[in-house]
Design a binder for this molecule. Structure first.
Ligand code: ADP
Length: 647
């Protein structure tokens, strides 16, 4: 039983107050067939929408089976609509993407019955559409569409059907058929409330209510209410389980998105580019970092370089012979300071090299055999010189790859004689490849015994620097303090003059500085990529907002057939997640291919981190969630009747 007591519905139009309904009291008995009639604007639809729980009254009391509906929340109202009420609209309101059968089954989507299509088939057969099950609405006539809508209204076996001008858009033959159907349903015990402005249609009801200016002006019984008939009370339909619902939404999302290919494609493109950019940038960033680390490792670890500094003599800061380093310094350091593992006195300078008619200018480094272990420079081919050969000032050279290529091309350099500053040297080894570090090509170098370099090539009795390898585990800073102290003591430099007589370069510090720079670079790259991901997400939000606006009527209809706000929310969020997920997966693929391409064409080291892929995946899904929430909330909060009226 439906009871309206003193119901008013007010609209404020500027300063005017418009009474769509003005103090209406109506009671509808079970099994009745009520026609609401009256001129346009008299409040017929407003009355019916309030009765059908699609609209709220401004004041008054409405009870369904004794229950005050103003006390019920949105979810419960949705469940009431789903369990007890069915709707038939003048514009049919079928969803264009779904077949007749799927449209009929739509209310089931929200109840626990799931996808059992036999009820829908039976109903379609009952309204005479057994051979039109799989037709889309645009393949059906108006009368057929309205019959689909009636079958949809019947699917949850409602006790009341609301019909708003059900024959308004139909020719007279179809109208007669629809009326016959409604009468038939009423005879089976279903209560019918119908709005119409056609006298001939209204005359077929059992009771006729006439309205004018929001008031009931006449209420006539046309036929007796046979109270004996009534549908048996039925267990109410519970809502669908969460997993079945998610799966159903997923199917729907795929259907909706694939019916709008261009838009779907464009919006996933945004995410695709974002994700691919993140993957490529991170691959390049970590590749660069790995390369730098490898180069740093090849420079040797635990390395200090001792160089002469400047002393202040007679108030003038200058380099002096007092601070020059000698071979003796190197050996006594090694002897006296326990944390030193190895030393390698080094001289360097540039020299002109010739071999046959080839000329080359390169860096010459004179050093000792310990260089091989300290600088990770064990010859790739041939051998290094020995300590004895160093002491005997042997004319031997170990050459870098660049020098080998320039002088010998593809030929084997081992055993050949080259001239360094016009002196004959024999090539005994080729250094391993080190690559470029900054602008300097580390392979453009020739290593000769330090004694040979000092006495024979550069004509000096001191060395330029002493490279010192500290025992692993020892403190580099402490060791360098010790070395400086020892050297000052050895030279007897008075403290007053001891402003930087020697300097120590700490390779570890240099290494960590370079590492942190490269870290900053790759963070920066990832940041730029993340911004493009963000832009993609905003694109998704934009598309979802458009989609909500466009499908406002669909949302209204879904609510009318029993969707709770939560159902609508989840539907739109899932759609948005599917969008970003598809974009994300394609982005991962494209990013991976691009990375391979970059590695091959530009020859850069790239590292695809599984973590980067997982992150890209995770981000694209969360972007779908986050940017889908706003449009989805907007959709879920729409008032059913306003949504249904949306043009
Ligand atoms: P009927 O169905 O009899 O044609 P309605 O119930 O649709 O009449 O409308 C009753 C009155 O309420 C009309 O004057 C109409 O203009 C007004 N009205 C209905 N809906 C709204 C609305 N959303 N905003 C403002 N006025 C409305």
């Amino acid at each position: 039983m439906l009871e309206l007591e003193h119901i008013s519905k007010i609209y404020h139009m500027g300063d005017n107050v418009l009474y769509a309904l003005n103090n209406v009291c109506v009671r509808v008995e079970p099994g009745d067939f009520v026609a609401i009639m009256g001129p346009s604007g008299s409040g017929k639809s407003t009355l019916m929408n309030i009765l059908g729980l699609l609209d709220n009254p401004s004041s008054g009391l409405y009870r369904i089976d004794g229950q005050d509906v103003s006390k019920l929340n949105e979810n419960y109202l949705a469940i009431l609509r789903r369990n007890k009420l069915g709707f038939i609209f003048q514009q049919f309101n079928l969803l264009p993407r779904l077949t007749a059968l799927e449209n009929v089954a739509l209310p089931h989507f929200y109840s626990a019955q799931g996808e059992d299509s036999s009820i829908g088939r039976n109903l379609l057969a009952r309204v005479g559409l057994a051979n039109r099950m799989d037709h889309k609405p645009n393949e059906l006539s108006g009368g057929q569409q309205q019959r689909v809508a009636i079958a949809r209204a019947l699917i949850n076996a409602p006790s009341v059907i609301f019909a708003d001008e059900p024959t308004g858009n139909l020719d007279s033959k179809s109208a007669a058929e629809i009326m016959a159907l409604l009468e038939d349903l009423n005879n089976q015990g279903i209560t019918i409330v119908m709005v119409t402005h056609e006298e001939s249609i209204g005359a077929r009801a059992k009771r006729r209510i006439r309205m004018r200016d929001g008031k009931v002006v006449a209420d006539d019984r046309l036929k007796p209410l046979n109270s004996g008939v009534g549908i048996p009370p039925r267990e109410s339909l519970s809502s669908r389980g969460i997993f079945a619902m998610l799966f159903g939404f997923l199917k729907q999302a795929v259907l909706t998105l694939s019916s709008n290919r261009i838009r779907t494609g464009l919006s996933t493109l945004g995410i695709l580019i974002g994700v691919a950019a993140v993957i490529v940038m991170m691959a390049i960033g970590s590749g660069a970092r790995r390369q730098i680390q490898e180069q740093l490792a090849s420079m040797g670890s635990n390395l200090l370089i001792l160089r002469p500094g400047a002393t202040r003599l007679a108030g003038v800061v200058q380099e002096s012979s007092a601070t020059r380093l000698t071979l003796d310094d190197a050996s006594s350091l090694q002897e006296k300071i326990s944390s030193i593992y190895a030393v390698s006195p080094t001289v360097s300078g540039r020299a002109q090299i010739t071999f046959g008619n080839k000329n080359w200018n390169t860096q010459i480094t004179g050093t000792t055999p310990t260089y091989t272990s300290m600088r990770a420079a064990k010859p790739a081919r041939g051998r290094f010189f020995s300590q004895t050969e160093n002491q005997s000032r042997a004319m031997l050279a170990v050459i870098g790859l660049t020098v080998a290529r320039e002088l010998f091309g593809e030929a084997n350099p081992l055993g050949e004689n080259i001239k360094i500053n016009k002196l004959n040297f024999q090539v005994i080894g080729v250094l391993p490849e080190k690559g470029a570090q900054g602008p300097r090509d580390q392979d453009d170098i020739i290593i000769v015994p330090v004694q040979t370099a000092m006495r024979r090539l550069f004509g000096k009795d001191y060395v330029d620097s002493i490279e010192i390898q500290i025992r692993s585990g020892a403190d580099l800073n402490q060791a360098s303090d010790e070395i400086l102290q020892y050297m000052s003591g050895r030279r007897r430099i008075p403290l007053a003059q001891a402003q930087e007589p020697f300097r120590i370069f700490n390779m570890a510090e240099l290494q960590s500085a370079i590492s942190s720079t490269s870290q900053t670079m790759s963070t920066l790259l990832a940041g730029i990529a993340a911004i493009s991901l963000l832009v993609g997400g905003i694109g998704i939000m934009n598309i979802m907002l458009v989609s909500v606006t466009e499908r406002t009527r669909e949302i209204g209809l879904r609510k009318a057939v029993g969707a709770r706000p939560f159902d609508i929310l989840v539907q739109f969020i899932i759609e948005s997640i599917v969008l970003t997920l598809v974009g994300g997966l394609m982005g991962i693929l494209v990013g991976w291919l691009l990375t391979l391409l970059v590695a091959r064409t530009a020859g850069w080291t790239t590292v695809i981190d599984p973590l980067a892929i997982a992150m890209a995946f995770f981000f694209s899904v969360s972007i779908g969630m986050i940017f889908g929430i706003y449009p989805a909330r907007r959709a879920s909060r729409l008032n059913p009747i306003e949504a249904l009226r949306h043009e």
